[in-house]
Structures are given as structure tokens and as C-alpha cells.
Design a protein around this ligand. Structure first.
Ligand SMILES: [Zn+2]
Length: 449
């Protein structure tokens, strides 16, 4: 962002004076190029953002008005968030642009301020109007109504497909924040975290830690939640070296992209307890303006596509595809799913771990997800990766005798099919049973092929 008058340099403002030649009167115009603004150090900036078109700069000599759009970093310490307002659109250069702008800011800030910035999670918005929209959503103002969103530029011009996606992230009033880089492991990470949260016996913790380590070895150490949990599990197992390694890595991973969406289905009514029509004892969501860090309330939600409310303000579908964590390939995803399902089946049957309705539901969902992935990846290598991992983990003792393994699986299918659930049984158990049978049937297909 370029501003005409010399701004007072404060700690949380990264700016430098630059000189441009006015092409109309040929005089030199002195401007301040602002790379980063900290909300606390320049509170009046919000006023400027609302009242003035900050992309307009006029020549102090001839008053000619220039339109200069440049990106801006905006830090909101209270919300533990760094916002990158970019004019580049969804053109594949957003992340690179963010890094470049951050390095400009680094040269102009104190070491301490920059260190603080590097600890925040960050998000991307389209230009200063996107920044304004996000800040208004934070202030509980009727979100985005004043904007007529222009469709963002996409590299291939593709349309947002109609559908729903399960996301893990953070609920935040009218918004939901999620990790674009970790979308492919939403279901897996959710089940693993539930498993770890409901088990506390020493033997089960060791068992779960082993599962976490194998999954992280296959997928790579990228997911902040999984790394943090692995650190906690390592500590409970008495492995302090690994606990330190995982937790310090998890801290670094906190500085990652979380994307907001206003297009999600949330079970908690939006009407607040302090509003006129909601009783205090009913579930409610808190006012966004009263919330602190965006990463305070972990949650799972369903994103609806097309993302009508996000378009033009903070929707970057192409950048999201490019931002996927490099460890997530079709092969590693299926391998870790195969391993986890095999290990879970062992653990549940052998009573190595404590299970709850919720965990069983997430386990069934993970089988469903794995089958979906297998259907969509028409690659024999991927199929092999999944089934080899599953069979090796769960049925290793039959590995020398596939004919016998087939018989065992057929017997298990029979056995499970005759398990009639009582009428009051929760549907998640029936569902899990159904998906378990499906998994075994598909395993037989793989052995036969
Ligand atoms: Zn001029």
C-alpha cells in the first residue's frame, strides 16, 4: 500500500519512503510504501480503510490521481492472526507473494516484532476490500452485505463444484477457519485425535503413540494438531526427547495458512445468549467481537460449495490446491489409511483401546472415506499400497496362505452379518458393522485379483 503523507514510524508498522516520478508534471512524488500494519500500533488505519480509497495516490504538485494497488500485511495480535491482502487474485502466486512481502517487512521491523508475527497463523484476502470484509466479520457487523463480489481470477477458469466437504478447523462466530494444506487428512486426523483423547491407560497410550508415529512417518510431519498430540503422547510414554521434538515442531507449524469460510453448516444457533430471543441455557455461539485467537475452538464442520459468501473476499480454490502439504500423495494417503484401519481393527477386537460411540462413528467414516478414495484413484499402485498395508497390519499371520485368509475373511463376514443389533442400538454401531463387512468384501476382491 502506498500512502502520500509521511506516517510516523511505530513498532508495528513496516514502511519506507520511496520516490516516484510523476508522469504528468515530471516532479518527484514522495510516498510511503507500507508493507505491514499492526492493528494495535495504528488503530486509525481502520478509519482510513473505510473512508478512503487507499489504492488512490495523488501527485502533490499537479494533483494527478494515480491508481496503485499493492499488497498489504495486516496483523491482528488479539486474534493471533496475520492477514495478507493481495490484489493478485487466485493466480497461483499468492503464497510466494506473501513470503516476499513478509521478507520486505522483516527488514523494516524489529527482531522482536517480526518474531511475534512469525508465530501467528495467517490468512489471505482479496485486496483491501477483502481485508475490510474480514475485519467487519470480526466486529459482528452484518457480514459482507456491502460487497458485490467479483469472481476471483482462477488459473483454469474452473467453477466451484456443488457439494459438501468435511473440514476440521476452528469455529469463529460467523466464520469457520480451516487448514487448506491438510484437507485430505481431515477424517484421519479427527479419528486419531478422538482415539487419543478418550484413552488414558498406560498400555493404550503406548499403542496409540505407535500408531501416531507410523502415520506421521508415512505422511510427513506437517499437521500441527497431529504433531502436538504426538508430543503429548510421547511425554506420557516417558520419551522426553521425542516429546520435545514433536512439540517444538508443532509450535513452528502454528505459523500456517488457515482459510476462513462463511459457507458452512453449523449446528449451534447463531443467535447469541446475549441476544433478545435466545435463552442463556441453550447452545449458542459467542459474539465474534468478544473472541480472542482464531485458533481457540477446535471444531469440525461442513463446507458448502459453491462458496458464494467467500467469493471475491477470501476464496482461493486454486491456491488451496497448490498449498497441499507435500507429504500427501495418493500413495501415502492410502497407505496411512490402510495401516490405520488395520491397526484399529486389531485394537478394537483385541480390546487394546477404549472405544466410544463417537470413535466408532469416526472409524466407520474413515472406512467410507478410504473406499471413496480407492474408487476415485484409478491407479493399481495406489490400490496395492492400501491393501498391502491393511492386510499386513491386520492379517499378517495369514500372509503365507491367502486361501486360508480368504476363508477367514468370509467367516468374519458371515459372523458380522448375523449380528443383529438391538432396536435401541445407536445407528453408528450398525453403520460401522456395515462398513467393516464392506471392507472385508473388498479385501477378498483384492486377494482374488
Ligand atoms: Zn504531478
Amino acid at each position: 500500500m502506498l500512502v502520500p503523507n509521511h506516517i510516523k514510524t511505530r513498532n508495528g508498522i513496516a514502511a519506507k519512503t520511496i520516490a516516484l516520478n510523476c508522469s504528468t508534471c515530471n516532479n518527484i512524488i514522495k510516498l510511503d510504501a507500507v508493507f505491514l500494519v499492526c492493528e494495535d500500533d495504528w488503530p486509525e488505519f481502520r478509519y482510513l480503510l473505510l473512508k478512503r480509497d487507499l489504492s488512490e495516490v495523488s501527485c502533490e504538485h499537479c494533483s494527478h490521481v494515480y491508481q496503485i494497488k499493492s499488497p498489504l500485511l495486516y496483523e491482528v495480535p488479539k486474534r493471533n492472526l496475520l492477514i495478507f491482502a493481495t490484489n493478485g487474485g487466485d493466480d497461483g502466486g499468492v503464497i510466494q507473494g506473501f513470503e516476499i512481502w513478509k521478507s520486505h517487512a522483516k527488514n523494516l521491523l524489529t527482531e522482536e516484532t517480526f518474531r511475534r508475527i512469525e508465530q501467528h497463523q495467517y490468512t489471505f484476502v482479496h485486496g483491501l476490500h477483502g481485508l475490510n470484509a474480514l475485519l467487519e466479520a470480526f466486529d459482528d457487523e452484518s457480514p459482507f452485505s456491502m460487497y458485490v463480489p467479483a469472481p476471483p481470477k482462477t488459473a483454469d477458469g474452473s467453477q466451484d463444484k456443488i457439494g459438501i466437504t468435511h473440514l476440521t478447523g476452528y469455529i469463529y462466530g460467523n466464520l469457520f477457519f480451516y487448514y487448506p494444506a491438510h484437507k485430505p487428512v481431515s477424517d484421519l486426523s479427527l479419528m486419531l485425535l478422538e482415539l487419543a483423547s478418550i484413552n488414558s491407560s498406560h498400555s493404550s497410550i503406548r499403542w496409540i503413540f505407535d500408531l501416531f508415529e507410523t502415520v506421521l512417518f508415512t505422511l510427513g510431519q506437517g499437521h500441527p494438531w497431529l504433531m502436538q498430540e504426538a508430543g503429548r503422547l510421547a511425554m506420557l510414554c516417558g520419551n522426553l526427547v521425542k516429546a520435545t521434538e514433536y512439540t517444538s515442531m508443532a509450535c513452528k507449524l502454528q505459523h500456517s495458512w488457515i482459510a476462513p469460510t462463511a459457507c458452512f453448516l453449523h449446528g449451534t444457533p447463531r443467535i447469541r445468549a446475549d441476544g433478545p430471543s435466545q435463552k442463556a441455557y441453550l447452545p449458542h455461539s459467542a459474539k465474534t467481537s468478544l473472541l480472542n485467537g482464531v485458533n481457540q475452538h477446535r471444531h469440525t464442520d461442513i463446507k458448502i460449495s459453491p462458496s458464494i459468501k467467500d467469493v471475491g473476499v477470501w476464496d482461493f480454490p486454486h491456491t488451496e490446491d497448490l498449498a497441499l502439504f507435500k507429504g500427501y500423495t495418493k500413495n501415502t494417503l492410502l497407505k496411512s489409511h490402510g495401516y490405520t484401519l488395520g491397526k484399529m481393527e486389531m485394537g478394537i477386537r483385541g480390546k487394546d483401546v477404549h472405544v466410544t460411540e463417537q470413535l466408532i462413528a469416526l472409524y466407520a467414516h474413515l472406512i467410507w472415506r478410504s473406499m471413496n478414495m480407492l474408487n476415485s484413484y484409478n491407479d493399481p499402485e495406489c490400490h496395492k499400497a492400501f491393501w498391502t498395508e491393511y492386510l499386513d497390519t491386520r492379517w499378517n499371520r495369514y500372509s503365507q496362505n491367502l486361501a486360508l485368509l480368504r476363508q477367514v475373511l468370509e467367516f468374519r463376514i458371515c459372523e458380522a452379518s448375523f449380528q443383529i443389533a438391538p432396536a435401541e442400538e445407536k445407528s453408528s454401531k450398525i453403520d460401522a458393522n456395515k462398513w467393516q463387512i464392506h471392507l472385508w468384501k473388498k479385501a477378498i476382491d483384492f486377494i482374488n485379483a
